[in-house]
Design a protein around this ligand. Structure first.
Ligand code: ADP
Ligand code: TYD
Length: 205
């Protein structure tokens, strides 16, 4: 099973992924957690270029193609072989992040983005995508709790940008039946429980 987590920065993805990983491990399941961008040697190098504060001159087209390149490598090197071996693959962000951030957020035409996804990931799309939804203001409060010098290049983007990204995710959720919208303001435990319920429902179809 292939599960992805999406949402604006600070929505709580990493927290939930850790809990889900521990749950699968306790059940004796094989689990692979990957993060986007990254997850292979080549993809981690691309990640460093993308998140480097010195690269403030990067154009949005370059950014999108680098994310897609990182993903194309990850899909072929890690995700497909792991799924074939029966792993639960959990991805911290996947192609929907590019649709939401580079498409709805930065303004690259979404139809172009969806075509590049076809090349980069092909039919390797998640079975379930958990969109952890929090208002931009809540994300901002959580962000302020973190030291500003630790924020990476993309995390410094403005509130309007995050509003477009969030609305973009809500649009994708309307179109993709694999999307599950999770209220990110609920407690960590409540969210974890809902996620497990959705996975159980999916597996018992
Ligand atoms: P992401 O990986 O989406 O950026 P994190 O899991 O790192 O998000 O969470 C961002 C911050 O919000 C962390 O400080 C985390 O402890 C906190 N957090 C995560 N989930 C919740 C929640 N449900 N309610 C309140 N705070 C949360
Ligand atoms: P990361 O440190 O993984 O952030 P988070 O913990 O919030 O997931 O940094 C990834 C950043 O890159 C994040 O701001 C989202 C952004 N991003 C895109 O803009 N497009 C993409 O396709 C992906 C995968 C990430």
């Amino acid at each position: 099973m292939f599960i992805s987590f999406e949402g604006i920065d600070f929505c709580g993805k990493s927290t939930q992924i850790k809990l889900l990983e521990e749950h699968f491990i306790a059940e004796g399941k094989k689990v692979l957690v990957i993060r986007e961008p990254g997850g292979t040697e080549i993809s981690e190098k691309i990640r460093d270029v993308l998140l480097d504060k010195k690269n403030s001159k990067m154009f949005m087209e370059t950014e999108f193609l680098l994310f897609s390149a990182s993903r194309a490598q990850l899909v072929r090197e890690k995700i497909r072989p792991s799924l074939e071996e029966g792993f639960y693959v959990i991805s911290d962000r996947f192609h929907d992040s590019s649709t939401a951030y580079q498409g709805y957020g930065r303004g690259i035409p979404v139809d172009v983005i969806l075509n590049i996804h076809k090349l980069a990931v092909g039919s390797t799309v998640p079975d379930i995508t958990f969109f952890i939804d929090i208002p931009v203001e809540v994300a901002h409060e959580r962000k302020l709790a973190k030291q500003s010098e630790h924020l990476d290049r993309i995390e410094k983007s403005d509130m309007e940008f995050y509003t477009r990204v969030r609305n973009g995710y809500l649009k994708i959720a309307e179109e993709e039946s694999r999307f599950r919208i999770i209220n990110g303001k609920d407690s960590i435990e409540e969210i974890h429980k809902k996620i497990l319920e959705e996975i159980n429902k999916f597996e018992q179809r």
